[in-house]
Design a protein around this ligand. Structure first.
Ligand code: 3QA
Length: 237
């Protein structure tokens, strides 16, 4: 099986590369892809760079060029739900684009014709995540993640996103990955550890907690990989 693990920023994949160590580096599409032979499988790791466009390019490349059959995203997020504190983990049940707006034509926020406001992530990968959380006694929350090409450091914008999308956390790539994987029929999983509260202190907190929260997320993803491979034993490659 071929599994893609994606982040947006280098800090989000560094703990993965440190863990897997032996990788082949492939330059493609002005980016680097790190290929690892692991057990009977292959893992491809990359960070896309920030935002929906780069995330779309990288997710599509992972699937179309590197032939990945499942995609896991690991990274950090801003919290909307007040129960989420810095370092807490959230799985994206549903992903939506908070900055997609053709409401002038009477459509809801986040919607364009032939698209959907929200895209569901893969149930099987989610249940593996909750198994891991249970075994390791890690608290894992799940909820709606709102994606947009904006770093949110503003209480008002955050409240707006919460009100319109009922979102629990926000970031800048998840929904783009969801659109690609949904279109290409690739099971995907979006995991984020909270780095800030998307309010006026967001940029300070972000700088301080990016690395530590990215590590929390990456470590959780690592503990999912073996189970994903085991669960797929029936499938060749
Ligand atoms: C932020 C990163 C982007 O990939 C989305 C982190 C955490 N808190 C957020 C918030 N609003 C939106 N997204 C997030 N990621 C990139 S800007 C900082 C770049 O530093 C999730 C996320 N409040 C560059 C140094 O010059």
């Amino acid at each position: 099986m071929k599994i893609a693990i994606m982040g947006a920023m280098v800090e989000e994949i560094e703990p993965l590369l440190e863990y897997f160590k032996d990788y082949e580096t492939i330059d493609y599409a002005k980016n680097k892809f790190y290929k690892i032979a692991y057990k009977n499988s292959e893992i491809v790791i990359a960070y896309s760079k920030i935002g929906k466009v780069f995330a779309t390019l990288t997710a599509a490349t992972m699937i179309e060029k590197f032939e990945c059959q499942k995609l896991l995203f690991s990274g950090v997020a801003g919290a909307i739900n007040p129960s989420l504190k810095i370092g807490d983990l959230i799985v994206g049940d549903k992903l939506c684009q908070h900055d997609l707006d053709i409401t002038a034509f009477g459509h809801p926020y986040g919607y364009v014709p032939e698209g959907a406001v929200c895209i569901d992530s893969d149930k099987d990968l989610k249940s593996i995540a909750f198994e891991v959380a249970k075994e390791k006694n890690i608290e894992l929350k799940s909820g709606i993640i709102a994606t947009g090409d904006q770093f949110i450091a503003d209480q008002k914008r955050k409240e707006w996103i919460k009100g319109v999308f009922e979102a629990d956390a926000l970031e800048m790539e998840g929904a783009a990955v969801a659109v690609v994987c949904d279109a290409l029929d690739i099971p995907f999983f979006i995991l984020r550890a909270i780095s800030d509260a998307a309010d006026m202190d967001a940029s300070f907190d972000f700088d301080e907690f990016l690395k530590s929260s990215a590590k929390v997320s990456a470590e959780f993803i690592i503990s999912m990989v073996d189970k994903i491979i085991e669960a797929d034993v029936g499938n060749s490659k």
